[in-house]
Write a protein that binds this ligand. Structure first.
Ligand code: C5P
Length: 216
């Protein structure tokens, strides 16, 4: 029985990149593998899936509608465009928290632009998970991820409340775990308690997330 038949699921995936000039940017090591696994699991469960993805080197399920973006602001815009028609949003993307305040149209030059290269002023990006949680209706559900190197459950519990979402999937990313890897481990937190995923593939975690989201 496909539990998400007739439901629309929005998934953010991959990193964002935040340009400094035409050849330089800030980003992170997110591969999009978890987003890919979620697309597949929700599509297999019968959902209509839209993925808003930062630049990645992977192919999402052919069943998913893929919207490619680059920056956090573009990702937010695409999500705001899609969210009203969706039942569930899963914010799996590793969104850059900050971006360079100034984008330079021409490549910064060593020597002439040393000051701009040595010290890059950053400004805060919008929080997509928090924004969607803030506008969700009673019928919509929003799920976030929490990558932590320490105090995993404490930080994830705080995030569940502060972001206002319905579930947080907390990953321990200390010692190079999780990012870009095929295996993962996680704790799923809702206001009703926790569910442990002791370890396995990202596909297996995605299937557990499908089951737990169905209970929300
Ligand atoms: O606050 P933190 O970055 O640890 O929160 C992680 C969660 O928030 C993830 O679900 C991520 O996709 C989401 N997030 C977001 N927009 C941001 C930062 C994080 O949607 N600017």
């Amino acid at each position: 029985m496909k539990s998400f038949s007739g439901k629309k699921v929005l998934i953010t995936s991959g990193p964002t990149i935040e340009r400094l000039d035409p050849v330089r940017y800030i980003s992170n090591f997110s591969s999009g593998k978890m987003g890919k696994a979620l697309c597949l699991a929700f599509a297999n469960a019968g959902a209509e899936v839209t993925v808003v993805t930062g630049p990645v080197n992977i192919e999402y399920s052919s069943a998913a509608h893929v919207i490619s973006v680059e920056s956090a602001r573009e990702m937010l815009q695409a999500c705001e465009d899609q969210f009203a028609s969706c039942d569930i949003a899963i914010c799996c993307a590793a969104v850059c928290d900050y971006r360079p305040k100034i984008y330079h149209d021409s490549k910064l030059k060593k020597g002439a632009d040393d000051a701009s290269l040595a010290s890059i002023e950053l400004v805060k990006n919008p929080d997509i998970l928090k924004t969607l949680s803030g506008i969700k209706t009673n019928d919509q559900r929003v799920i976030g991820f929490s990558a932590e190197t320490n105090n995993l459950l404490e930080n994830a519990t705080f995030k569940l409340k502060s972001k206002g979402c319905d579930m947080i999937v907390a990953n321990d990313v200390s010692a190079g775990q999780v990012f870009s890897k095929d295996k993962t481990a996680a704790t799923l937190l809702t206001k009703n308690g926790t569910v442990e995923f002791a370890g396995g593939s990202k596909d297996e975690l995605a299937e557990l997330i499908v089951d737990e989201v169905a209970k929300l």
